[in-house]
Design a protein around this ligand. Structure first.
Ligand SMILES: Nc1ncnc2c1ncn2[C@@H]1O[C@H](COP(=O)(O)OP(=O)(O)OP(=O)(O)O)[C@@H](O)[C@H]1O
Ligand SMILES: Cc1ncc(CO)c(N)n1
Length: 229
């Protein structure tokens, strides 16, 4: 059993992870309808997780408590919450980075973490992601819609992992599917390039039906997409 623990308010990440697993193995830390606080972080549950996915949409002490107990692979979605100051987020992620293996920012957040003005070209995005990977000693994975995902690992040339062509109906929630499925695969110790490729395919599939939970695929469905595209 691979246990994935997801900290944050993006319930769709956990739903996508569970759909991909097609069974149990995903736990969430979201306060269960109440404002989430450090006491909601079960040290045992986090310590026994093979992967921990942390979002910055919860209080800082919740993030800190979760990372303190983590022993498996740690993914951090550093997307700022509404009202967060960009400089504060960049400084906060610098502090958290030693406890993180894989950073999964969206493209605007790559700029925030790089402390640059918004509006970067794709070339600049590549170079910023590579610089973040080197400086913070993490792998940086950036979902990029129909283009797939950018992958920048330490000591490697950044590259684009392409998305398969699909009939897109609604991309809302594809970002959550991408991160949820990636967390499952990291829990299973799938090498990062293969994990990103599978998560990109899963997220593309999820965009083929309406609604933020779209067409959340099982593992078998993602595999069938791999052989037919
Ligand atoms: N048009 C698309 N075609 C194929 N795959 C897509 C498409 N849009 C999103 N995806 C998949 O979803 C993943 C996450 O996408 P991303 O977060 O960039 O979504 P988006 O296009 O910004 O949509 P939204 O902002 O509505 O959530 C991508 O890495 C890709 O795998
Ligand atoms: C309703 C809604 N909007 C956006 C997202 C994120 O794409 C989501 N998961 N759910």
């Amino acid at each position: 059993m691979n246990h994935v623990v997801i900290v944050g308010m993006r319930a769709d990440q956990a739903v996508a992870a569970a759909a991909f697993l097609d069974g149990p193995g995903v736990a969430t830390v979201d306060g269960s309808g109440h404002p989430v606080c450090p006491a909601d972080v079960s040290a045992d549950t986090v310590a026994n997780a093979d992967a921990l996915l942390v979002n910055l949409d919860v209080p800082a002490d919740v993030v800190r408590t979760a990372l303190y107990h983590a022993r498996g692979k740690v993914m951090l979605d550093p997307t700022p919450s509404y009202g967060d100051h960009p400089d504060q987020i960049a400084a906060w992620v610098d502090v958290l980075a030693p406890f993180v293996h894989v950073l999964v920012p969206d493209p605007p957040t790559v700029g925030v973490l790089s402390r640059t003005a918004p509006g970067t070209t794709v070339d600049e995005l590549f170079s910023q992601a590579r610089d973040l990977a080197e400086r913070l000693r993490v792998s940086v994975i950036v979902p990029m819609g129909a283009s797939g995902a950018l992958m920048a690992a330490q000591g490697a040339r950044p590259r684009l992992v392409p998305a398969p062509p699909v009939r897109v109906v609604d991309t809302a929630g594809a970002d959550d599917c991408f991160r949820g499925v990636l967390a499952v695969l990291l829990a299973e110790k799938v090498p990062l390039p293969e994990a990103v490729d599978t998560a990109v395919r899963a997220a593309a599939w999820s965009a083929t039906a309406p609604g933020p939970r779209g067409a959340l695929p099982t593992r078998d469905q993602v595999s069938s997409l791999s052989t037919t595209s």
